[in-house]
Design a protein around this ligand. Sequence first.
Ligand SMILES: Cc1ncc(COP(=O)(O)O)c(C=O)c1O
Ligand SMILES: C[C@@H](O)[C@H](N)C(=O)O
Length: 349
Amino acid sequence: MNFASDNTSGASPEIIAAVSAANTGAAMPYGADDITARVAQRLNEVFETQAVSYPVATGTAANSLALAAGTPPWGAVYCHGDSHINRDECGAPELFTGGAKLVPLEGDDGKVTPAVLEAALAGAKPGFVHQVQPAMLSLTNATEAGTVYTPDEVAELAGIAHAHGLKVHMDGARFANAAASLGCTPAELTWKAGVDVLAFGATKNGALAAEAVVFFDRELAENVGYRRKRAGHLFSKMRFLSAQLEAYLSDGLWLANASHANAMAARLAAGLSHVPGCRLVHPVQANELFVEMPAATADALSDGGCVFYRWKPGDPVSTRFVTSFNSDPADVDRAVKLARSAAGQSAAE
Ligand SMILES: Cc1ncc(COP(=O)(O)O)c(C=O)c1O
Ligand SMILES: C[C@@H](O)[C@H](N)C(=O)O
């Protein structure tokens, strides 16, 4: 019962098979192979536009390369305070941009709001040499709180950003989960809503290690090839990274994986929300749930073999559960049963 992260899941058998199948004969290196060319075309089909895409191996690299493409060293990137780029990338965005400043914004349920963004930009001083210059807005979809931005919400925020001359980045480490949750098209959730560059995630949703930086604003991509090489993310045997993405984007695998993960999160949330003392901290809209629960309940879950993060200490303790493309419903039900017994509730209730 491992719900620590979707990073703990294995890889989809289809993706493993694709990597094995790619291991046939020789292929030109550094992205000059046929599979990489097919992935670029496939991404254009999925997003219904002519984009420029760069496969990389981690979400941090995808985010940092995307931000560097649109942010000068003296720039400012506006993001949610709990965003991964702000909390969990060890300064990679700051490094890749040459020292730009991340400007964290408040917002309930992990989401930036138009009012907060407007106020932050109203306080900026374009042209004032003593202050960083607004350059990009970064939104995470699905968010780090397990919520999602709808296309309309993205469009409203992107409209504000563009009106102030900023470009818009989307951290899409869990983009599949957002798209599956919303039932909208990838285009509706990105460039049609004003997103200029997407860090398109696959690793957390069934790939071994594969992401793609997808530029809808193709001019932004001008120097990314050099930045990727300098970052050490230009794979010499790129076919094996691209093979993952090709399989991921074939036969609807990426959305099927995300739909299952989302369904398991909903199942777990439905069960835990009826356990005395348990409270869902955020709406469960993708594959993450944050649950406040008595420390004794958390201990019983851990003692019973359930693996999850204690997000904030205390009693009640704030916990995070993340489900994956291959989460077993029996594990979900076992976790709920453990919580119920800890709360003195009979499993039959
Ligand atoms: C929202 C979000 N963005 C980006 C990343 C970065 O991915 P990676 O750990 O592959 O660098 C993660 C990590 O899991 C994440 O949760
Ligand atoms: C914790 C965080 O860095 C990681 N990306 C996760 O969601 O598990």
